[in-house]
Unconditional design. Structure first.
Length: 85
């Protein structure tokens, strides 16, 4: 079962937040024994990109063979849906 502070991977893009399938986030809160999860996505410099409530179907737990990949986050200089730039 997914718990707080677990690292998770998006299984679908979240266009409104400029997040892509495969982006990595951290669970910061579990609602109602796993009905929903608050997940924080951050840049590698530590700026919060998004803090989003997700359904379990929208992410998966990290697997042993997963590899991180760096990409440019297009909302870095915008103050739209991002919590911090």
């Amino acid at each position: 079962m997914t718990s707080e502070l677990d690292v998770v991977v998006l299984t679908e893009p979240l266009v409104d937040y400029a997040l892509e399938k495969g982006d990595v986030g951290t669970v910061v809160h579990v609602f109602r024994q796993g009905e929903a999860f608050e997940v924080e996505f951050v840049t590698l410099k530590g700026a919060t990109a998004a803090l989003i409530t997700l359904k379990p179907s929208q992410f998966r737990e990290v697997e042993r063979r997963d590899m991180l990949h760096v990409r440019d986050w297009p909302n870095a200089n915008k103050n739209t849906k991002a919590l911090a730039a």
